[in-house]
Design a binder for this molecule. Structure first.
Ligand code: ADP
Length: 299
């Protein structure tokens, strides 16, 4: 066979090879590369081999990305469904619960003298439990309403704290609490979510006060290069080190209801709000001395 025929055969094969690569299905015959004497042809086949390896790498990266994207989509969908379910369930349960609560209160108010002691005691159990249930549903509803993809509007933290202090003025007065804060920033976030964050941390500072002193809550702010850094400190009862991570979990409480009532949802809401803003929330505390909750929000 002459050289021209050899060359055209080689070109034909190379072309076929490129076509196969473009379809993502080539394989290279290494034997062929070794048997060749023409340096140009060796280079061409070497190039094809590299193309083939690149293609393999690309295919496996593509497969991994597609798998990751699929899993993410599935997770987002599940999350959305769960959030919707949570909202509907809590919303629909709230009404009947309110009715039970109102009527048991009414019953014990209007008929207390007509019922014997046992009946009055049972009624007070119903009233307490329905109250607790109502607060739990309310908390869950708040929790489900914090979205992972929050709106990012300008929120003035001074206005938020002012309105919170007006809302909880009775609790502040009853506990002779002192709330101190200086100039706070305007940040980007969802107003309702940011409000939830501050109200939970400030009210906890009062609720978990020390038996020996009146509560002093301090809201501090520091403007870091690329984050807003907030700290909310109290002089309350403090939290033992071994519980300091656990308190952020849903329904996690360190006190029984008859001691200090609560739902164990407040700090989970705070965590969810901060996660949705891609920030960080943690606590530093000395048992018996007080706690400081720190959180950062990227600018
Ligand atoms: P709740 O107050 O309804 O129990 P939270 O999620 O707000 O729910 O708090 C979880 C637990 O963390 C509380 O039960 C309490 O034991 C502890 N905790 C939260 N804030 C403080 C605080 N400022 N000082 C001491 N303990 C706290």
């Amino acid at each position: 066979m002459n050289k021209d025929h050899d060359d055209s055969q080689f070109l034909k094969e190379t072309f076929q090879h490129i076509l196969q690569i473009s379809k993502g299905e080539c394989s290279i015959d290494l034997e062929k590369v070794h048997n060749l004497e023409d340096e140009n042809k060796i280079n061409i086949l070497g190039g094809l081999k590299m193309l083939h390896e690149d293609l393999d790498l690309y295919k496996s990266e593509l497969r991994q990305n597609m798998e990751a994207e699929y899993k993410l989509k599935l997770l987002e969908k599940r999350n959305q469904e769960l959030q919707q379910f949570n909202y509907i369930a809590s919303h629909d349960m709230k009404e009947p619960m309110r009715t039970i609560k109102n009527f048991s209160d009414l019953l014990s108010k209007k008929y207390a003298d007509k019922l014997d002691d046992k009946a009055n005691l049972y009624l007070s159990y119903i009233s307490d439990s329905s109250n607790r249930m109502y607060n739990l549903i309310d908390g869950l509803l708040d929790f489900s309403q914090i979205n992972n993809h929050v709106k990012r509007n300008e929120v003035d933290c001074n206005t938020i704290i002012d309105s919170i202090l007006r809302d909880i003025d009775k609790v502040i007065a009853e506990n002779s609490a002192q709330i101190i804060y200086n100039e706070l920033p305007v940040i980007l976030g969802d107003e309702i979510a940011i409000r939830q964050l501050f109200i939970n941390l400030i009210s906890n500072g009062i609720k978990y006060k020390s038996p020996d002193r009146t509560p002093v809550i301090k809201v501090s702010y520091s403007n870091k290069e690329d984050t807003h850094y907030f700290s909310i400190s109290d002089n309350g009862m403090g939290i033992k080190e071994k519980y300091q991570d656990q308190i952020f979990e849903l329904f996690s409480r360190l006190h029984i209801n008859s001691e200090i009532p609560g739902t164990g949802i407040g700090l989970s809401i705070c965590k969810k709000v901060i996660n949705s803003l891609e920030g960080r929330l943690w606590v530093e505390s000395k048992f018996g001395k007080g706690s400081t909750f720190h959180f950062t929000i990227p600018k």
